[in-house]
Design a protein around this ligand. Structure first.
Ligand SMILES: [Fe+2]
Length: 280
């Protein structure tokens, strides 16, 4: 039986993925003061991890520009091999036939209360629908493939208050991205209230995206994931917002929805290179 999971990691149902190397054994890691690892730790993955340790200090942390820049530089230079992936894997071959709804899989490289490192695997045509990241800073690095990203930020609530339809929970949002990214490409960053905090991924080809999230989703701490559907701005004739006065960009109405029934994400075991956690 398959476990339904949203973007919050609930119950892991491990299944082996592809030829990456060894499993990170976090439980064993917690029991020791220093985790000794072999010499084959990929430099960029370790650098990314060390940087996350420095930057993410817990809920409420919004990294200052210099830290964002540093993290960005590290991620920009990362390659699929840094996390044990290869474009030669069968998964990434174009033309693979998908039966039924394409399933999104994810693997967790590391997770603590301050941040998480995860890779999402999307088969061609798979969709992660519009969802938010409350109180989070998220770095997304597309490692392999092509992916369409649509992203919104909430429109200024004061400016747009009078235009909000009272009969619906729809809320006006400004479109920040609506384009196809193809690896290798630069890292995108979103912040708790800006940068495209609400986004959706659609796989144009099979793809893998590395997400650095600080802090991670936590229902207990009020950082649950909400899903949305977007309606065209023009669908509300009662709206009095004048787009031209707001400069460039487009607007849409976002309406909360339940987690789509066919959004099944399967947690798979991380078999990539290990990281060294000296404070675990
Ligand atoms: Fe996301």
């Amino acid at each position: 039986m398959r476990t339904k999971i949203g973007l919050i990691e609930k119950k892991k149902r491990h299944s082996k993925v592809e030829p990456v190397s060894k499993v990170i054994n976090q439980k064993r890691c917690r029991r020791t003061t220093i985790c000794r690892r072999g010499p084959s730790v990929p430099m960029m993955l370790q650098k990314l991890f060390d940087s996350c340790r420095e930057v993410f200090k817990g809920p409420g942390t919004v990294p200052p520009p210099q830290d964002v820049q540093n993290m960005r530089q590290i991620l920009d230079s990362m390659k699929p091999e840094d996390v044990g992936l290869s474009r030669d894997l069968l998964f990434f071959k174009p033309g693979s036939v998908i039966k039924g709804t394409p399933r999104v899989r994810y693997t967790t490289i590391y997770k603590c209360t301050n941040f998480s490192l995860c890779i999402f695997f999307l088969p061609r045509t798979a969709v992660i629908p519009l969802h938010n990241h409350p109180g989070m800073t998220v770095f997304s690095k597309l490692l392999l493939g092509s992916m369409h990203i649509k992203a919104y930020d909430w429109a200024d609530p004061v400016k747009f208050e009078s235009s909000m339809p009272s009969s619906s929970n729809a809320r006006l949002a400004k479109l920040k991205a609506n384009t196809v990214f193809t690896a290798p490409c630069n890292t995108s960053v979103l912040y708790p209230t800006s940068g495209g905090n609400i986004h959706a991924f659609t796989a144009v080809t099979p793809c893998a995206v590395l997400d650095v999230i600080g802090p991670p989703y936590s229902k207990e701490d009020g950082r649950d994931c909400t899903y949305y559907r977007d309606l065209p701005y023009s669908s509300r004739s009662d709206c009095i917002v004048e787009e031209s006065k707001e400069g460039e960009g487009y607007y849409g109405w976002l309406e909360e929805t339940d987690m789509p029934k066919d959004l099944e994400m399967e947690g798979v075991e991380y078999l990539g290179p290990k990281i060294i956690d000296t404070v675990c």
